[in-house]
Design a protein around this ligand. Sequence first.
Ligand code: HEM
Length: 923
Amino acid sequence: QVTWPNAIDELEDVMFLNSGYRSRGFGTHVTPCSFSEFGAGRNTAAEWLRIGFHDMATTNAFVGTHGGVDGSIQFELNDGENIGLGFNTTLHTYANFFNSKLSIGDLVALGVYASTRTCGGPIIPMRGGRIDVTVAGPIGVPQPQNGQGIFINQFTRMGFNTTDMIKMTACGHTLGGVHAGDFNNIVAPGTVANDFQLFDNTLEFDNAIATRYVSGPDTDPLVVGISVANTRNSDFAVFTADKNVTIQAMTDAATFNSMCQDILQRMIETVDPSIVTLSPIIAPYEVKPEGLQLTLLSGGATISFTGDIRVRTTTRSVSSVSITYLDRTGAAGGTITTAVSGTASGFDDSFTFYGINANIPASSSISSFTVVVTGTSGTIETFNNNGAGFPISDSVIVQTPQSCLSNGNLTVLAAVRATVTTPVSLNVTEKVPRTAGSPIVSPVPSLVTTSTTMVKGAAVGPYNIYSGSVSYSSSSGLKYGVGSGTFADSFKDASALGTACSPLGTTLPSSTSSSTSSKTSTSSSATATPTLAHKATVGPYSYLGCYTEGVGVRALSSAAFYNYTGMTIEQCMSDCSGYSYFGVEYGGECYCGNALGTGSILAALSDCSFICPGNAFEYCGAGNRLEMYELTSLVSSSSVVQSTTSKTSSLSSVASSTSTTKTVTSTSSSSSVAPSQTLGIKQTVAGYTFQGCYTEATNIRALSSASFYDYTAMTLEACAADCVGYTYFGVEYAGECYCGNVINTGSVLAAASDCSMVCPGNEFEYCGAGNRLEMYKIGTVTVSTSSSSTSSTSTSSTLSTVVSSSTSKTSTTTTAKPTQTAPAIKPVIGSYKYYGCQTEGTNIRALTGASFYNYTSMNLEMCASNCAGYKYWGVEYGGECYCGNAWNTGSVNATASDCSFLCPGNSLEYCGAGNRLSAYYLP
Ligand code: HEM
């Protein structure tokens, strides 16, 4: 375990936080394995694996400038060796993750890890520390026409022998295939679906590339077909280089997996040893502080301490987490309790975040802490960060509430201990596009850092306040920090700042950090910490419940405010002061009104599941769901009888729903249909019996014979039907269905309560969780050691059924027309023409004629047909369609690129953004 903070911290987050709270979302670009956000005929996982090879392939292991995985590919897109759209789009994706702590080289390597893993391949050991070059490398990527002798020479130059070459190429060509549009002398255009011919007929990372080559039927276009006559059958040239010995060995699945793990690790660890020292292999931290922030409160007597402690829960069941801290002199400070702020997961790990929200005396302050994790069985683990505790410096602290971002200016306030006398500077790193030349130099921006001396202001308690301001051109990826001498509070996201700088506060961040009074004296003081919950009262308002929007009208339509980065319940309340109702929707939309619009009704409390961006302890509605409040003075006399009654019940369910744990009932009696269904574990589904909540296996899926994905409507019944014929089926992550005849080694029974995700297609069923499968077995047998006697022949025969069914699925979606491959602004939708990217109005929606919501399958055509008859319509935030005959006051034309959300129902179309409508008009 490395010591925190560490150079790999940013990479570690991007590597392991695929989904959930504080997720970085890298893995979502390649999940599931077959996914591409760029439409049919593309496969992002394959593109990520291929770019890993191409970035490395120009290296020369025998001369000074070695190269290797160094991000040089970004400057090599026009050299004729990197053919295909995948290189450009992949680099655009990586550019969003690129920053001063995460190089393109490391992202290229991480892409190899992620694509292999998401497709069921081995875990490629990952190290960090690659350094990017700023110019193209020499040419030298193997081309299909090169021939065997040249391939051997090229791989020798890269540092790999003939056996290595065969392994690496087979491990690469298990994913993806050849595009006829790019290589028409390998695949003839118009002969295969989407002009995309897979190498081995499966999307998975498996050894079919070897077994089909050895035993047939082989359809690898680099072995058979027109590539032979055109002398471009390069896989044949590669695999025969040792008379098929290596490829023959790879027909054993375990051998294939271990060879690929080894050779792909060596591929991504090909770096210039004279400038790069790679880190140790990255394992997830067992305990990691995330987003820690000290903030001086007004008066200067108190510091607010916020952030999260991330605990790895893959193999640990946690009951509570607390931290014990030392004051700035190193003496005992006190203990702070935490409350769960969210969970997240990666390909193989799960995590729970424990929020810190405490006030500590500014005079004694804090210098380090240890973390105490209490397990559900009472075990106590203490984490001291390899000895010295987790350090936290209070010498220079950025005052985020007093800092803001608006009109091209970043204003930052910092509190600096009066004892610090070195100059204080504001350091800002901006991403500047490399637009010079045509075609452009690189799709990846350069990082430009500026440093500005900050100006000293008032003294507040033991601190002096400094301020600074700089202008910027693009806020995208803008990072800032404050430093003085050896002290710094740095690497902060400017996008998390509000547009207005608040005065020095007393309670930060805007939550219920109540009394701090008696804390100063005792060293054992425990701070009461808030938990994530639906707030019962806020100022003069009381919680009504989770409400839907109205039918064809907003639930609250008098005024609206948007803040997708810092919204809290308190902020909406103050924006709506004077109105009878206010409600927060979709995490960042605040609506006010004096009455509820027609059709707005009480929904399940659990629907309002978005956590407020400005306060991790509050809920801020969801898509088409409002966290609804009414003036308390009106609640008692409310004529809406139903809302009053349901109010109490929904409120009382707050407590239970947040602390609910699933209980497994072992009754195996035949199910009687209860009059009212409740959410619970289903014991039997279509002839299958519940086995428990299982983890994934080691280096392989728990159930690895077939898989299906449906993140919008998965149910246990749907998965059972997809897996018919298999002994087991299991549903993971509320959308992934796996089938198999055995539970693979390493997959073990976990706590039933781990499988906590509700099925998107049935609110009464559970569908697993991250790294957890809701597991079912055919028949009514109970769990026992699974027999591995199932013959491999039956597995492979069922596999081929899967393959053919997925092939036919692809072909039905095929259109004969040339297919669009990248999202673009559509100039015409039916009889409507593109109008522009419009903002919302001032205190009113831009279009108020009618509205429709569909956050799962909205596209431009859907909105056009819903708005038929209106002069204008626009789609906002990916799923909201508004119609009208005039633009309301304040709605203006914004930059077209602001409308950057892809439509959930068509990833080639744009569907607005937060406070932006992709708008169309009737000419
Ligand atoms: C002699 C060596 C190699 C040659 C001549 C070669 C050639 C090719 C060609 C012509 C394509 C088709 C590209 C397209 O149409 O988009 C391709 C695709 C691919 N190659 Fe290779 N390759 C070689 C080695 C490798 C290696 C070592 C790897 C990785 C370890 C790799 C990974 C891939 C992947 C994943 C694809 C699929 C891309 C997609 O589906 O978009 N290749 N290769």
